[in-house]
Design a protein around this ligand. Structure first.
Ligand SMILES: Cc1cc2nc3c(=O)[nH]c(=O)nc-3n(C[C@H](O)[C@H](O)[C@H](O)COP(=O)(O)O)c2cc1C
Length: 203
């Protein structure tokens, strides 16, 4: 009888200790997740601040038009009528709104700026324009902002033409919506080659 009571007390003690360890592990995991969340938040805030500082610097330059009107629908961004599409002197490209944002079409001004023909870029993503000096963090943040509901986002990045030459791209991104449902269908980008206006100012 005494032996049975002793053994059940030991079992109980083991169970309590086991439960304690599980609780401690859960608390440590929660703490780890909170720290990771805070780190991620601080990192994205720092990236946003850096992007905004570059934009402020660039926007001081009167030659850059930041307040351009952006198309609202696919038909406005890339009219079926190619002549109409190519009247716009701004370099325009439209991407899917999911996955890696593959491009679905561009106008003549985009072809002239980037050096690729439209048939070479359809189904590809913008990584064809990227290289060592590209502002990856700023671009990632800009796209996140579109998903947070911003109607227009500006970001400055270095891009590379088909021939490998660099240009500083003042990029404006915006969502395109279905006219009747209002649903997001695509994203549009207006690219603006701002030459060396950042490096000039930083000298
Ligand atoms: C409509 C649209 C146009 C884009 N145009 C360019 C561009 O001209 N140059 C560029 O470097 N990235 C451009 N991007 C960004 C890239 O596609 C990509 O989102 C960015 O590099 C972040 O990638 P990540 O989220 O995988 O880090 C564009 C994105 C969208 C949605």
């Amino acid at each position: 009888m005494v032996r049975r009571i002793r053994s059940s007390t030991t079992d109980l003690r083991k169970e309590i200790e086991g439960a304690k360890i599980v609780k401690e592990r859960e608390a440590a995991w929660k703490k780890f997740c909170t720290i990771q969340r805070i780190r991620k938040f601080l990192k994205s805030r720092r990236i946003r601040e850096e992007s905004e500082a570059i934009l402020r610097e660039v926007l001081d330059d009167a030659t850059i038009i930041s307040n351009v009107s952006v198309p609202k629908t696919l038909a406005e961004a890339l009219p079926d009528d190619v002549e109409k599409r190519d009247i716009d002197p701004r370099a325009i490209v439209v991407t899917e709104a999911t996955g890696k944002f593959n491009m679905i079409g561009c106008n003549k001004a985009w072809e002239n700026l980037c050096g690729f023909a439209e048939c070479e870029i359809v189904g590809k993503d913008s990584s064809i324009l990227q290289g060592p000096d590209t502002n990856y963090a700023g671009l990632h943040d800009a796209v996140s902002r579109l998903f947070e509901g911003e109607q227009r986002v500006n970001v400055v990045t270095t891009n590379y033409r088909k021939d490998g030459s660099k240009f500083t791209n003042f990029l404006t991104l915006a969502p395109l919506r279905d006219e009747s449902s209002g649903n997001l269908t695509h994203f549009v980008a207006i690219l603006n080659d701002i030459g060396d206006s950042i490096s000039r100012k930083r000298k």
